[in-house]
Design a protein around this ligand. Structure first.
Ligand code: PLP
Length: 406
């Protein structure tokens, strides 16, 4: 039984006040709060178990290496990768997608080759491809979302031409919450020999993920949204794609041998991990994944579906609010603008005065803002510890905004 009160007690920050009001944290899409077990793991690692990894033969180095490397297996199991060797650690999704852009795509793509993107991608899944457009003449092909904010997998597949070299698509929009049927995209793309990168930054936080069932080539996640430390994360890179990749950053750990004239590479995934990594961050991520696994991602998803349905009904009662994206299968992420003069920043400031944290702005998704013809919106994004009472608090604060700004 999913006991949200008990779960909330695991997150110390949730009991604090902000501006004299109990914190209502609805900015999980930007970053999630950390359970005490993760905070303790970070403290424990720095207090008693810290040394550099992979390098020393001494006790602490071995201990730190063991703990750090155990996260690789945990992330592999969390995503159901076939092997933990298919997990490359990164500082998050941004680095993960840049890794694929630089190490896999850049050496293979020629001028005129095409990458298919949806219009609701986060900048982290746009800008690394713009690099290839600017530097190599690669063409970015955009697939629109429909009026409800859904991305039709067939529209993505229809955009494939003989020049398509990659499809890069999110599994869940960080703005609309829309969930994309990435398995259907991967199936159709594989039939045409086109690899697929899935941005799982949001989806992996809110639903069970099985990269083998999805059939993707790359699947990126970011640890700080998964209730782990910032600077943690990684990417699933299927073994055959790893074999096609050149190294990313150069330095220690990613090499086998260096002479004055030559250098040879370590085996994947180490080949893609240069220098001292985020040791404690990844250890903390491992504990966050344990925490999520113990809760059960199916249970987290069910709780968040309940919140989504409740929030959707209550927001629908505010007829002066425009909610962008109304997908029936969306996650518990709501972006909205208010009719009249109120700017998203003003709304967010009023909410903040009531202790409610939301995000306001373009959400690193400017092409999607352009698609909706808006310059900014407010976003309330829910997580595993949010409650219906917090939805009520949001609604009453929005009512106040309406009174103030209408
Ligand atoms: N992709 C999506 C869908 C996101 O929501 C985010 C973060 O907001 C990112 C990518 C980038 O993640 P990070 O900044 O942790 O690398």
């Amino acid at each position: 039984m999913y006991d949200v009160r008990k779960i909330r007690a695991d997150f110390p920050i949730l009991s604090r006040q902000v501006n004299g009001k109990p914190l209502v944290y609805l900015d999980n899409g930007a970053s999630a709060q950390k359970p005490q077990v993760v905070i303790d793991a970070v403290t424990q690692a720095y207090s008693h178990e810290y040394a550099n990894v992979h390098r020393g033969l001494h006790y602490l180095s071995n201990l730190a290496t063991e703990k750090y490397e155990s996260t690789r297996g945990k992330l592999a199991r969390f995503l159901n990768a076939a092997s933990e060797h298919e997990i490359v650690f990164t500082t998050g999704t941004t680095e993960a997608i840049n890794l694929v852009s630089y190490a896999w795509a850049a050496p293979r793509l020629q001028a005129g080759d095409e990458i298919i993107l949806s219009v609701m991608e986060h900048h982290a899944n746009i800008v690394p491809w713009h690099f290839l457009r600017e530097r190599q003449g690669v063409v970015l092909k955009w697939v629109e979302v429909d009026a409800k904010g859904d991305l039709d997998p067939q529209a993505v597949l229809d955009a494939i031409t003989p020049r398509t070299r990659l499809i890069a698509v999110t599994q869940m929009s960080n703005v609309l919450g829309s969930v994309v049927d990435v398995a259907a995209i991967c199936k159709g793309a594989a039939e045409k020999g086109v690899p697929v990168l899935v941005d799982g930054s949001q989806a992996a936080v809110h639903m069970p993920v099985d990269v083998q069932a999805i059939g993707c080539d790359f699947y990126a996640v970011t640890g700080h949204k998964l209730y782990g430390p910032s600077g943690s994360g990684g990417i699933y890179v299927r073994a055959d794609r790893q074999a096609e990749m050149r190294p990313f950053l150069g330095g220690g750990d990613m090499i086998r041998e260096v002479t004055r004239d030559t250098v040879t590479w370590n085996d994947p995934p180490m080949k893609f991990e240069a220098g001292t990594p985020g040791i404690v961050q990844q250890i903390g991520l491992g504990v966050a994944l344990d925490y999520l696994t113990a809760l059960g991602m199916e249970n987290v998803a069910a709780h968040e579906r309940m919140l989504r349905d409740y929030a959707r009904d209550r927001l629908a009662g505010l007829n002066w609010l425009n909610v962008q994206g109304q997908s029936a299968t969306k996650g518990a992420i709501f972006s909205f603008t208010m009719q009249g003069a109120a700017h998203a920043h003003d709304i967010s400031t009023v909410l903040d005065k009531r202790g409610i944290a939301v995000r306001a702005g373009t959400h690193c998704a400017m092409p999607l803002m352009q698609h909706f013809g808006i310059t900014a919106s407010c976003r309330a994004s829910f997580g595993l510890y949010n409650t219906v009472e917090e939805v009520d608090a949001l609604i009453s604060a929005l009512d106040l905004c309406h009174e103030l700004f209408a």
